[in-house]
Design a protein around this ligand. Structure first.
Ligand SMILES: [Cu+2]
Length: 116
């Protein structure tokens, strides 16, 4: 008996599982990734799947400092919306997000934008 067919089947199963389960990813954001903008009144990340509000949010980092932002999930549950509690100073910011979708998978990511 050969091990090869079993390994091939396992590989196919992994691929199929990867395609069947959708994972949260950011489809658009405002400010856009790598954009340079005036201080934004809100930061919005739109996802490809509905979020579980209790487990989905983002942090806004200015270097190693956390910029204070109030983050909520939109009514349609597809977006994280963050409102800075005071205007953002000029500089580069990193949005570090984490999200749990209906399939309970936890995903995370980050992107940066610059305030001029
Ligand atoms: Cu998933």
């Amino acid at each position: 008996m050969s091990l090869r067919p079993a390994l091939a089947l396992a590989a196919v199963a992994v691929l199929a599982a990867g395609q069947a389960s959708a994972h949260a990813k950011v489809v658009s954001s405002s400010p856009a990734e790598n954009a340079t903008v005036a201080a934004p009144p809100q930061i919005t990340l739109r996802f490809n799947e509905k979020l579980q509000p209790k487990f989905s949010s983002f942090e806004l980092m200015a270097g190693t400092t956390v910029a204070p932002v109030k983050v909520t999930v939109s009514q349609d549950k597809l977006s994280l919306v963050g409102t800075p509690t005071r205007p953002l100073a000029a500089g580069t910011y990193e949005v570090k997000w984490h999200a749990v979708t209906a399939d309970t998978h936890r995903m995370q990511g980050a992107y940066t934008f610059t305030v001029r």
